[in-house]
Design a protein around this ligand. Sequence first.
Ligand code: CA
Length: 157
Amino acid sequence: MEYQLVVIIHRGEVRMRLRIYGTLILLAALLSAGPAFGLDSSSEDSAELGVQIQQANFIAPSPERDNLVEEWVEIANLGQEEIALDGWTLGDEQNHIYTFPDGFFLPPGASVKIRSGKGQDGAADLYWNSSMPIWNNSGDIATLRDASGELVDRFPR
Ligand SMILES: [Ca+2]
């Protein structure tokens, strides 16, 4: 019995070693083949994948025109890098366009609400400064584009 136990443990060790060895070979293969598979793409591209429209509240409390700061769209950075939103835009289905202010950054893990009404811009809240509702209560689509006009995300998806 003792002998068998030793053999079983020994086999387990061999298997573990083979598994680790196999993983190392796989990693080495991935690293050497990385550029061919686009793993070497610019950090800007991969960082932008982390920015998305997190949620939205198209319907502010009634009367909506008096509560425009309660109508908002929230953008989050789920990536690992700080993203500059200079020149990025948020638009609705009627082509109302909001342009993010110069020098606005979204740190990793941070989110910001773009509120339709008037107010003082801060790290967590930006203001469209509109005197009219932006988002249709019967349904709308928020579109987020980067500074070059490329579609980053839409909500609802
Ligand atoms: Ca609305």
